[in-house]
Design a protein around this ligand. Structure first.
Ligand code: SF4
Length: 149
């Protein structure tokens, strides 16, 4: 017998399939213990505000790490996936590599932009200058054409 719950669950992947997708999907590490980790999230959402939801959307790296199939599948269907880490531990990059998920571009705020990691428990201690630097670097990667790194 098919229950109401079965019907709802069966609809979820379909909704993920039919929902309009952004051109670029972002996986950020979101490391909330430090300024650089939290900046990956805050700067990504600022880019979403500036470029809009048709251009940019957020993926869920926790769901990817947990092996949730629909999240994996949804992000695989996006034109370009940008992965962002806050520091050289490169957690989001490692999760993406382990799961075999798509990654077309990558930014490491520490390694690539020299943004200092302040913590633990200081997630909002980044400077305005670092915030603008991170936002601009993400916009540049989103809009970059041709071969990705
Ligand atoms: S990459 Fe660095 S900032 Fe991001 S979650 Fe890992 S340790 Fe934290």
């Amino acid at each position: 017998m098919v229950t109401e719950t079965d019907k709802v669950v069966a609809q979820i992947p379909q909704e993920h399939e039919t929902e309009e997708k952004p051109r670029v999907g972002i996986f950020y590490c979101g490391g909330a213990m430090s300024s650089a980790g939290e900046l990956t999230a805050i700067a990504s959402f600022e880019v979403l505000k500036r470029l809009g939801p048709k251009e940019v959307g957020m993926g869920c790296v926790s769901a990817l790490a947990a092996g949730i199939p629909k999240h994996f599948k949804t992000m695989q269907g996006i034109e370009k996936v940008l992965v962002i880490d806050g520091c050289p531990n490169s957690c989001a990059h490692k999760v993406v590599e382990k799961t075999g998920a798509k990654m077309d571009a990558y930014i490491n705020l520490g390694k690539d932009l020299g943004i200092k990691k302040i913590g633990p428990f200081k997630p909002l201690d980044f400077s305005q200058e670092d915030f603008e630097k991170a936002v601009q670097a993400i916009i540049d990667k989103v809009q970059e054409k041709g071969e990705e790194s």
